[in-house]
Design a protein around this ligand. Structure first.
Ligand code: CAA
Ligand code: NAD
Length: 302
């Protein structure tokens, strides 16, 4: 058994240096959990202000995690926070950010063209050993990977919001993903404290394929006036045991992200009624009410 174990761990490349591209809701969380678990992290954003914003969000979240981990030991909590923070370096320079990277996790805007532009650039500047992953919610990993020359070192690593709390990681293989890359992704997912499930490169993978139509249907119920948003949320929390109601959850995920998911799926699968985007969400986006991250969505947040 021992020999088997060491063989399988020798097979998977060990991921130590991680580059996270995009320091928004998801990228900040991914950078945080990687740093918390001893990885060196470079967090890339488009400007210095956004790096600062990400760092301050990470600091807040780290202190919530530390409070839980080291309830009766404030000194150990401080040490955990300081050490985790010291492992995260901010950068606005892609080439510099990937020069020693074992793994790049992309968490930028949910738009295929923008992701293509980034990955083309990354493929040109990253060392051959560097593996690439996208945290996309809904796009095809194969289509994202198509602009690179390293499809064997490409896959999906789909985290959930809030990353420091949600225990799941979906590991997505495309046909070209090598066994070594897949093993390395699974081992890294475990190393950052997540339970990994594997899924083929299908729209929404497992969770979003079920969750996104459910949330859209709840919004349609609200749009028809069948029940108030508060009552829909209360009903699903108390009647179905969900931690958050669907309307609350849509604000939490961000309307720009969830709307672009449905627009993309509707374009690809025009006959599927589950994928029709919500008018009221479009209206919120036009009013720049993207949900919790902008302070207002269907609900107001102070
Ligand atoms: N960082 C660190 N810790 C956090 C945190 C964060 N950002 N947010 C919450 N926590 C911690 C809190 O400190 C708290 O810890 P204790 O239990 O020790 O007190 C714990 O999580 C619970 O938080 P709260 O008491 O503030 O609130 P809650 O009980 O309502 O839980 C929640 C908050 C974990 C977000 C919960 O409401 C929940 O699970 N909601 C559903 C989230 C969900 O469905 N996410 C998936 C979205 S879909 C997605 O991500 C995929 C996609 O591609 C779109
Ligand atoms: P977000 O808007 O909070 O963050 C995206 C960040 O990427 C922004 O801060 C932006 O400045 C930055 N960015 C954009 N282009 C960049 C570039 N070229 N280089 C560096 N940074 C760049 O979005 P998010 O909610 O964190 O979503 C990011 C990705 O994760 C999307 O693909 C989304 O579908 C996916 N996702 C989102 C959720 C969710 O619940 N919001 C959950 C899982 C996966």
């Amino acid at each position: 058994i021992k020999r088997g174990l060491s063989t399988s761990s020798a097979m998977s490349a060990v991921i130590k240096n991680v580059t996270v591209i995009g320091g928004g809701l998801m990228g900040s969380g991914i950078a945080q959990v990687a740093a918390q678990t001893g990885h060196n992290v470079t967090l890339v954003e488009v400007n210095a202000d956004l790096i600062k914003k990400a760092e301050s969000g990470i600091a807040k979240s780290l202190s919530r995690v530390a409070k839980k981990l080291y309830k009766d030991d404030p000194q150990a909590a401080e040490k955990f926070i300081a050490e985790s923070q010291s492992r995260i370096k901010g950068s606005t320079d892609i080439a510099d950010a990937v020069k020693d990277s074992d793994l790049v996790v992309e968490a930028i805007v949910e738009n295929l063209e923008v992701k293509h532009k980034l990955f083309k650039n990354l493929d040109a500047v990253a060392p051959p050993k560097t593996m690439f992953a996208s945290n996309t919610s809904s796009l095809s990993i194969g289509e994202i990977a198509s602009v690179t020359n390293r499809k064997d070192r490409f896959g999906g690593l789909h985290f959930f919001n809030p990353v420091p709390v949600m225990k799941l990681l979906e590991v997505v293989r495309i046909p070209e993903t090598s066994d070594e890359t897949y093993e390395a992704f699974m081992a890294w997912g475990k190393a950052v404290g997540k339970t990994c499930v594997t899924c083929k490169d299908t729209p929404g993978f497992i969770v979003n394929r079920l969750l996104v139509p459910y949330v859209a249907e709840a919004i349609r119920m609200m749009e028809r006036g069948d029940a108030s948003p508060r009552d829909i949320d209360t009903a699903m929390k108390l009647g179905a045991g969900y931690p958050m109601g669907p309307i609350e959850l849509s604000d939490y995920v961000g309307h720009d992200t969830s709307y672009s998911i449905l627009v993309g799926w509707q374009k690809k699968f025009p006959d599927n009624p589950l994928f029709v985007p919500n008018e009221s969400v479009k209206k919120l986006i036009d009013e720049k009410k993207l949900g919790l991250k902008t302070g207002e969505g269907f609900y107001k947040y102070s």
